[in-house]
Design a protein around this ligand. Sequence first.
Ligand SMILES: Cc1cc2nc3c(=O)[nH]c(=O)nc-3n(C[C@H](O)[C@H](O)[C@H](O)COP(=O)(O)OP(=O)(O)OC[C@H]3O[C@@H](n4cnc5c(N)ncnc54)[C@H](O)[C@@H]3O)c2cc1C
Length: 430
Amino acid sequence: MQSRRKFLAGAATVGAIGLAPALSGCASTARSAAGKGKVVIVGAGYGGSTAAKYIREWSNNGISVTVIEPGDAFISCPISNLVIAGAKSMQDITTSYDNLRQRHGVTWVKSTVEGIDPAGHTVKLANGDTLGYDKLVLSPGIDLMFDQVKGLLAARDEGKILQSMKAGPETMALRRQIEALPDGGVFALTVPLAPYRCPPGPYERATLVAAYFKQHKPRSKVLIFDSNDKVQSKEPLFKKAWAEQYKGMVEYIPDHKVVGVNTARMELEFEVNDPVKADVLNVIPPQRAGIIAQRTGLANMNARWCGVDYMTFESAVHKDIHVLGDSIQLSPLMPKSGHMANQHAKVAAAAIIAMLYDQPVNPHPVVMNTCYSMVNFKEAIHVATVHQYDAEKKTFLTVPGSGGISAGPSEIEATYADAWAHNIWRDTLS
Ligand SMILES: Cc1cc2nc3c(=O)[nH]c(=O)nc-3n(C[C@H](O)[C@H](O)[C@H](O)COP(=O)(O)OP(=O)(O)OC[C@H]3O[C@@H](n4cnc5c(N)ncnc54)[C@H](O)[C@@H]3O)c2cc1C
């Protein structure tokens, strides 16, 4: 049993950021952490790493946390478009997990979860081990639906057509393809039907590739084929940047759904339009919740995304499994973003601690999102939203009058974008 002083210190931290004020003063009824406080976290990306840190910190290390993650280090998708465009390195977007292990006492298992038994409260790992849990946190990111684009899986396996929607070796592989493209060549990127990971991400990537072309291959072109009928985020700002900074270089083509690829001819095949040829094809297929969520039957929304109780992020399908980040069915106007995954994790961390200590869960969680996009190597734009849980409607609603969008690209916002990335990495991993 923890001391009252220690537990209150943790609870005060939670209360201070407004996530679970109801926790304060709950030490008298707290159950033994040894008996009730074992949390297993699947995936140490934006959602899972944040949950690991804050469950430890806000329970004053009273709850044991084990993370299962196959990767050696945290590699960030935010800022990875700058790596693809040649302005940042892989080192710039990579952070060690050491602080989670050493400073926060998180138990680390380098492996993959292959199966979950929700009734038995156990997970089965690729290394053969089985672990029990009181609460399971699942933040496995996305699964790319290669079967939706004919020929894409083989093209990806041969290294010919890449996605780079998970930062890592593919980030540099796409960079090398763009570097090898001759001056006068064509880079074509496809955007899947929403919802998908990071609504502005593909448009930012196309814009930064154009920024690279403008400096090094000025006769080259960028084509954006969008399955949607319009740009999915910061539309007026991206369109203005393409018209004013990349006139004649970036072409945006809406309502073009790619259904196949031909690597011999390096062509995109569309649902209704003629095929288009390019030197580098960056084909981003539709997406769904991470494979382990599908396999566990948690993806109950259109067989793609996981429904959750937004007050706790507990799965709508299985008790004691909390799903975070890109895998979930989001409430209206919530993007699939690293910032959102970080916020889901904090709400879930506070709720999990409250549930394990038999305390009421904060009924009014508030989360926010700010998403920066670079439009060249010096200027950025942003969109911000604030979302409050509505107990009656059982969903998050945007707070009237909150948030907003940049008036236009600016250098000051590029410094904010860089600061945002360093702040969230520190918040999540240090
Ligand atoms: C190009 C690009 C740019 C982006 N820019 C931004 C931005 O500027 N701002 C922003 O907020 N967001 C941005 N995003 C979106 C952001 O990266 C995602 O929304 C975020 O990573 C989602 O977090 P997550 O925890 O759901 O998944 P992830 O961060 O992808 O983490 C999932 C983790 O789970 C692990 N995992 C998966 N399955 C298993 C398993 N079975 N067992 C064990 N581990 C497993 C994976 O190895 C991975 O480490 C961008 C994305 C892209 C692709």
